[in-house]
Structures are given as C-alpha cells and as structure tokens.
Design a binder for this molecule. Structure first.
Ligand code: DHE
Length: 543
C-alpha cells in the first residue's frame, strides 16, 4: 500500500497493486503475478530448450528485454503465432498455444527473465513415460536391417531423428523426439538408442521393433546435451545417465525404461580459483570400460567426475581436477584414456580411466573442439589422438601410448593446418587411411561447404578438398557441411549438408578408399540434419 507499481525501482519483481499483484519491469507491459507465473512455466516448457533458460539465445535468437522491448508486443505476437523461416515454430497457428497464451508470451518476453526453476524427482516423474514396457517388447529382432549399420541422424529443427539404413541408404523411420536432439548413444549391446534433446527430453528407442520405436521418455531438466549408458562388464545396457545444462545436475536412470533413480547437483567450487559457481553445466559423458563408472565433464568448474554406478544407494564420486571449460572429448584407440577439451584454457585433459586419475593436461591450439576426436597410427609417433579447433586452422596431434612410445605420450607431436578455423569435427576409422576435417563454422562458403581429407600415411603432403555441398547439388541457402561419420564397415564416410529449415538438406556418402561420391540421400523429411551416429561405431567407441 502506498507504493504504485511505477515507483518500484527494481526489475521484474512482483509488487503489490491493490487486490491483484502485478509484475513490473521498466519498458515492459505489466502483467499480473498469476500471468507471469503461467508464462514462466510455458517458457521453460516450450521455449527454453532453444532460446536458453536465461534467454541468452542458443539455437533460437536471444530474447533479452533490450531486444524484445524494441520489437514490441504486436511483433512478438506475430512471430510466436506464425513462426519464422529461420526455424521458429508457429506456436499459435499450430494450435499449441491459445490466443491468450500467445499474448501472454509476447508480454512476458519483454520482462527481465525470472530465475529458471529447479527440476527434481517430482518433475522428472511427472514427465517419465514408459510407452512399451520391457515385458511387451520383442524378444528377437523384428526386421532384416543390420542394426549395427543403422545411423541415428539428428533432424535438428524438426524435433525428430531419422533412422537410416546404412546398407540401402533408405530412411527406415522418422521418430519424434526432444527438440534439436544433440547426440544419440547406442547401448552396449546396440539394442537401444538413447537421444537427448536440447530441451532435456530423453527418448529411448528399441532397435528390435519393426520399425524401431520409442519405448520410454523422460525430461531430466530444461536444457541438456549429453546422454550415455553403462558399458562395464556385467552392467551392459543396465544404467543410463544424462547431464543437464539447467539445472546443473546429472541423473542416473534405469537403462531399461529411463526411470530416474538418482539426481546429483554439480554446483560447487571451480577447480583453479576455488570460487563458488552456481551453474556448472554438464558437458560430455562417456562410460568407462575399466570400472563401473561414468566419466562426467563439468564445464564451468573444470572438474571431471568419476561416478561409480555399482552402488547407487551409496554413490561414490571421485573428483578429478582438470581445467575450465570442459566441453567434448573421446577415447584413445585403446579405450583406456579419455581425452577431453577444456576450451577456455586451450588444454586437453587426459583421464586414465584404469588408474582413475588425470594422466596429463596438454596444451592445444586455440579452442580445441574434438567431438570425440580421431585416432590414427602416426607413421612417426605411433598412436595419436587428434582434435581440430574452432579458434584457428590448426589440428593438434597428441601421442597416446605411454607404454611403447613414452617419449611422445601426452605431448603435442604434430600440428597440421586445415582449411581454416571454424572446424567442429575430425574423423577417421581403424580400417581407413584417411583423416577428415570439417570447417562448419568457417565464414567462407567454399570452406564451410567442403571438407579436407589427409592421407594418414603421408600427413605432411597436405590435404585434398572435396566439395560436399556441391556434390549434393545444393546451391541455395546457408548450407554447411558438418560431422563426418563412418559406416560400420569403415569403408564409407557420411556428411550432413545442414541447410536452413525451408531449404533442401542432404546427406552425402563418400567412398572412403577412392574419396569419390557414392550416394546422396535427399528426402523432404530430411530437415536440417546435423549429428549422425552409426550404431556400431557409437556402441564400440570407434573413431
Ligand atoms: Fe554440440 C557434441 C554442446 C552446438 C552438434 N555438443 C556436443 C557435446 C556437448 C555439446 C557438451 C558432447 C556430448 C557428449 O559427448 O556427451 N554444442 C554444445 C553447445 O553447448 C553448443 C556450443 C551450443 C548449443 O547451443 O548447443 C553446441 N553442437 C552445436 C551445434 O550448433 C551443432 C553443430 C549442430 C546441432 O545439432 O546443434 C552441434 N554437438 C554436435 C554433434 C555432437 C556434439 C554432432 C556429437 C559429435 C560426435 O561425433 O560425437
């Protein structure tokens, strides 16, 4: 009483106004507290996966008040209602949002973002659904496809994945999943494939069914990037784990039906300055082959957690000290060492999964971005693991064999120039003599639409450039070539030509030996393909 809403100085705070409490932000249309609460819930359910929990933008545009207030209510309403060619869904005309909800969101977005809600067991159980119980699933494979040569392909902007038969190159089925699936991981046996959406929705697919089908789903938070399943002997296919960006936590689940069993927060102190970080996001997760453990990268604290899943009731977590900001990584060829990028420190942390300790912190080229990396037998240095970089054109080669090549182990033994910076992924296969590197985020079209390939036996000879997008016949739109992935036999390499939502995209299959075009997969259903995960190579960690 006595304070009018306009007099409230601080932003986004709920303030009393007679009978009806109102929420005031300077420059934003007023809302009642009840409206604000409804809009908050809607935003976190439907929008945060793309625009980020704090609206700083990710797949979707940033939606901070400085931007949204300039656009104004009517503009925002139209955008929410009809969507946009850039990938914004038509929430209004699709019937997902009512007219009132569209109006509510348009006003809500002009306020300061409220802090995102937590997501504990109650919220997870509310979203957990077993679509086909284990007892009703087939005992045997119900189709003739070779499961090991199926590719799970992210259709980023349609909220789906495509399962593509690696033999015939035909789309077996398209499955609705979480939004903008980030990765697919096959269970140890290959029976199940787990996908994680940016919206933190996991879907579990039974590869025995004809066609393969979703059998369980759960939402483990509001934003996420990683999912993995147990691979240690005796625990195959038994336990699943997913890491969330928001809330900062990871979750253990039953491998057979995704029932969440244990949620662990990653909030805590940073590795170096030992300051409290409220939001340490979970980045890459891999399953140890040496112990019943998951190896969990915590981005902002720079810590790597060894989560022992053998006794979930008395969970034991070992914290290894690495460096900030941990992102992605993969195994060396022996599957003993996990190499992972700390991209703010330009380091590669090496985890010895057998001895359960950090083996080394290696300096790499600026902003290393390995994906899972690539393992080759270097003619001069023996087994090496390779990462490319976002920040410059160099690839870093690190020796990985302390036994037979101790002089080179955990040293940068070679750097090679790729086409330029903006590379996301490198790839090879034990049966191949080729090393492939993309340049997805390079500003120049001729570079971002092609790939470079090196001869592993003659690395200093330079690279050959293959015009992948041109081979696909794609000339229109902001197409980029991303993420090489091998088939199970290791004699083909697949590339996504990732275009805008309204344009034609494609997957280009190259014969690995001849480096010639083998096949182009095009289909109106193939909307914005990005990551591709071959079941065999994923479950066996072959790269
Ligand atoms: Fe990724 C892997 C996070 C943007 C395609 N990405 C990963 C992993 C993380 C991550 C933590 C490792 C998961 C694991 O191994 O458990 N990615 C992020 C981001 O935070 C970032 C930078 C921004 C964002 O908003 O998500 C981001 N990523 C992208 C893209 O824009 C890409 C190119 C297209 C897309 O589909 O969104 C993309 N990320 C991928 C792919 C992998 C990946 C294809 C797996 C590569 C592999 O071969 O293993």
């Amino acid at each position: 009483p006595g304070v009018t809403p306009g007099e409230m100085a601080y932003k986004g705070a709920p303030v009393p106004s007679g009978e009806m409490k109102r929420v005031i932000s300077p420059g934003a249309p007023d809302m009642t507290e009840a409206e604000f609460a409804t809009a908050t819930k809607l935003y976190f359910e439907r929008c945060a996966g793309c625009h980020g929990v704090l609206r700083k933008g990710a797949t979707g545009k940033p939606l901070t008040p400085d931007i949204t207030q300039e656009r104004g209510t009517e503009f925002l309403k139209a955008l929410i209602n009809y969507g946009s060619p850039a990938g914004m869904p038509n929430w209004g005309t699709s019937g997902d949002f009512s007219e009132e909800e569209v109006d509510l969101m348009a006003r809500f977005l002009q306020h300061e973002p409220p802090s995102p809600p937590e997501w504990g067991m109650a919220e997870m159980m509310d979203t957990w659904e077993v679509l086909v119980p284990e007892s009703e699933r087939p005992k045997k494979q119900q189709h003739k496809y070779d499961i090991d040569n199926i590719f799970s392909v992210t259709l980023r902007d349609s909220g789906e994945i495509a399962l593509i038969d690696g033999d015939s190159k035909e789309i077996i089925t398209i499955l609705e999943t979480g939004y903008a699936v980030h990765i697919s991981r096959a269970s140890h046996s290959g029976r199940y494939v787990y996908t994680i959406g940016r919206d933190a929705k996991i879907d579990m697919i039974d590869m025995f069914m004809n066609p393969p089908q979703r059998v369980a789903t759960v939402k483990i938070g509001l934003e996420a990037r990683s999912v993995e399943t147990s691979k240690f002997e005796g625990y195959e296919d038994k336990i699943a784990i997913a890491g969330a960006y928001w809330p900062p936590q990871y979750v253990l689940m039953n491998g057979s039906d995704l029932k969440p069993t244990k949620i662990v927060s990653t909030r805590g102190m940073t590795v170096d300055t030992q300051e409290y970080h409220p939001e340490p996001r979970v980045a890459a997760i891999v399953a140890s082959h040496e112990h019943p453990e998951f190896i969990v990268n915590v981005k902002e604290t720079g810590k790597i957690l060894l989560v022992d899943y053998s006794n979930i009731e008395a969970l034991s977590v070992t914290t290894l000290e690495a460096a900030r900001f941990l992102h992605d990584g993969g195994w060396d060829a022996s599957h003993r060492y996990f190499l992972t990028a700390a991209n703010q420190s330009n380091k590669i942390a090496v985890v010895d999964s057998k001895e359960r300790k950090i083996a080394a912190l290696v300096d790499a080229e600026k902003i290393p971005h390995p994906g899972r990396g690539a393992n080759i037998m270097d003619p001069k240095y023996g087994p090496v693991w390779i990462t490319s970089a976002l920040g410059n054109e160099n690839m870093t080669f690190i020796g990985t064999d302390p036994k037979k090549h101790p002089k080179h182990a955990w040293k940068v033994v070679r750097t090679l120039k790729a086409q330029g910076g903006g590379s996301l992924f490198v790839k090879t296969h034990p049966k191949s003599r080729n090393l492939w590197v993309d340049n997805t985020l390079h500003p120049q079209e001729s570079v971002s639409q092609s790939v470079a390939v090196y001869n592993v036996d003659d690395l200093e000879a330079g690279y050959e450039v293959l015009p992948i997008a041109e081979w696909a016949g794609i000339t229109e739109g902001p197409a980029r070539v991303v993420q090489p992935e091998y088939n199970a036999a290791g004699d083909e390499v697949w590339f996504s030509v990732w275009n805008g939502m309204e344009q034609e995209s494609a997957i280009v299959v190259v014969d690995d030996k001849t480096r010639k075009l083998k096949h182009v997969i095009k289909d109106p259903r193939l909307v914005t393909p990005t990551g591709k995960f071959n079941v065999y190579n994923t479950r066996k960690d072959i790269y």
